[in-house]
Design a protein around this ligand. Structure first.
Ligand SMILES: Nc1ncnc2c1ncn2[C@@H]1O[C@H](COP(=O)(O)OP(=O)(O)OP(=O)(O)O)[C@@H](O)[C@H]1O
Length: 297
């Protein structure tokens, strides 16, 4: 299914403008919504998940009016919120079985089949009788996906699911999401660029309630080819470089600061050209240097 979001806006009662005219087309497959903390991602996810009202705009899931036909959307939706909590004292099986009953799966045998299937799909079948309080962060997130998949949803929304996972769990979680993304529309909201780079066929960058850029990650990377330059600097030099150049990122490599700058042509100062990555696209966009495709979202 395809989501069409037009001019969506939301201002909170305290005056914070969380979404300011967001327009986005989200096709089937994995879609990455990338942005820093406070960008408006969770607000957008909650509106799409029919849990929050917007002030203006429209959202269509194929021909379903998401803002109007909430029950219809809920039948097609799986949602893993950012702060998904579990009851620590019950087992994975018991809680998933409970959620399945709430979803209307009344038939016991059928419910057992569905719950066992989801526990297998999320690699939790072996630990199904363990209390959820004993689960690691990664196991809890996989359980969160299992509950989101109840009722065979066509649209799945996951809000910052990999924060705090160790690298092995992250890979495991990525594999799970990518399997699901084969035949569903999956929106992955995250501030972690590599989540999107690894998984998503399409993406958007959002900041301060605005969509700054969207498209296919590979195309977006191509779009800044030849414009990213790198060099090591000493720590005392850093400030001077920041004044002279558009520094989009600084990171330590073996303890030495390596800076990436955005420049249409050779910026001088012994910079070397580098092949950009999605990190460069992200940082250049957030720094306000790159928004070539903002009109095509
Ligand atoms: N209930 C609320 N009342 C007032 N302001 C809010 C509320 N919820 C969010 N905000 C503000 O709206 C802006 C967008 O928040 P939102 O949670 O949507 O961003 P986010 O991109 O999901 O960030 P994070 O990753 O930190 O959750 C922020 O400035 C936030 O402080």
């Amino acid at each position: 299914m395809e989501l069409e979001i037009r001019n969506l806006s939301k201002t909170y009662a305290n005056g914070v403008v969380a979404l300011d005219g967001v327009t986005l087309r989200i096709p089937p497959g994995m879609f990455g919504l990338l942005g820093p903390n406070g960008a408006g991602k969770s607000t957008l996810m909650r509106i799409l998940a029919t849990l929050q009202e917007c002030d203006a705009g429209s959202v269509f899931l194929d021909d379903i009016d998401v803002l109007d036909e909430k029950d219809e959307v809920r039948r097609l939706l799986g949602y893993l919120p950012q702060d998904f909590g579990v009851y620590p004292k019950v087992s994975a099986y018991e809680l998933l079985d409970h959620f399945a009953q709430l979803k209307g799966l009344a038939n016991r045998a059928r419910r057992r089949e569905v719950v066992d299937g989801l526990l297998q799909q999320t690699n939790l079948f072996e630990v199904r009788d363990q209390r959820l309080g004993t689960f690691s962060g990664g196991m809890k997130q996989r359980f969160g996906i299992a509950q989101a998949l109840l009722g065979d949803p066509q649209l799945i929304i996951v809000d910052e699911p990999t924060a705090g996972l160790d690298p092995q769990e992250r890979v495991r979680f990525h594999n799970l999401l990518s399997d699901i993304g084969q035949d569903k529309t999956v929106i992955l909201s995250t501030h972690i660029v590599s989540d999107v780079a690894d998984l998503c066929a399409n993406m958007a960058i959002i900041n301060k309630g605005h969509v700054l850029l969207c498209g296919e990650p590979a195309r977006l990377i191509e779009g800044i080819e030849g414009k990213i330059w790198a060099r090591f600097v000493s720590k005392p030099e850093l400030l001077a470089f920041q004044k002279r150049h558009t520094v989009i990122s600084t990171r330590l490599l073996s303890g030495r600061p390596m800076i990436h700058v955005y420049a249409e042509r050779y910026p001088g100062d012994d910079f070397e050209p580098v092949h950009p990555t999605l990190d460069d696209v992200y940082f250049a966009t957030i720094a306000g240097r790159h928004n070539a495709q903002a009109g095509n979202c």
